[in-house]
Design a protein around this ligand. Sequence first.
Ligand code: EPU
Length: 305
Amino acid sequence: MSWRKKSNLDWLRGLAGIREDEPLATRTSFGIGGPAEFFVEVGRVEAIERMVTGCVEREIPYLLLGAGTNLLIADAGVEGLVIRVVNREHVIEGTRVRAGAGLKMMRLARIVADADLRGFEFAIGVPGTVGGAVYQNAGCWGKEMKDVLVDVHGFVPGKGAQTWTANDLHLAYRTSALRQGALHGALVVDAMVQLERGDGEEAKRTMAKLTQERNETQPIKTKNCGSVFKNPHGDSAGRLVQAAGLKGLREGKAVVSTLHGNFIVNEGGAKAKDVAGLIAKVKAEVKRRFNVELETEVEFVGRWK
Ligand code: EPU
């Protein structure tokens, strides 16, 4: 039986700040995708917990959204409730920082540099939020969340609040137990990272240099979802795409970046199905030419069928 019965719809419509048929494309870095059936923005942890628990109890599908930087939302949109997590607080205690899941990694990188802390410069190259970065062990320039993460406060629907150590999360290259494992469906409330005392001005200079480098090698000013594919072991997806002659390949308004082969750019008005088609073509050609199975880093969400 469908979850869409009157009592569930009444419950959803009674949530504070609820919106129906809410466009999501503008809430993703790709600028692609259909609407959320129901949408709410929440900052307070108790409210997020209440909503997620309510969805689980009523078997209403839900999706937790951060900055939407690593998502490909289907053109038909997302069924059920989309909860945009916007808790953005942070607390610095000595060389440790606890940050809300909704805080942007790039913002946190600047905050900790202002506090003369080092070791988080890599985050200036990580689009998305702290929550998203934990979820997929995001990284840049050879460093990733795994290198700095101490613990995470979270919430398992039906089981309540929990604290996970970095070990509990089984962080690996662009994944975790939250993305693919025992904690799938759980939500990140905040995360603590361990940094080192140092010269914040130097950290800022390093970050400026790294940003400039990223500007030259990645199409960061375009609408995109970051890396489309994970790097295969010991190689680079971007290199393989280039070697297969696929840069510039297009489907509708979606095009494989001519600057970096592991990016797909929405030139304006691209459809999710165009991007999905392009991804399928790139995978097939890289497999045919080099016998390498590329795995997507971007996550497909919503009504694809
Ligand atoms: N290369 C090509 N052609 C291309 C792109 C790259 O030949 O079109 C070559 C480069 O010349 C270089 C090698 O491939 O020799 C690796 O490229 P790059 O240094 O650009 O790094 P990457 O492996 O493509 C990774 C992360 C990026 C991160 C950069 C910088 C993945 C999938 N990607 O890219 O992360 O910004 O390193 O640290 O791990 C992201 O995850 O969204 C992301 C952008």
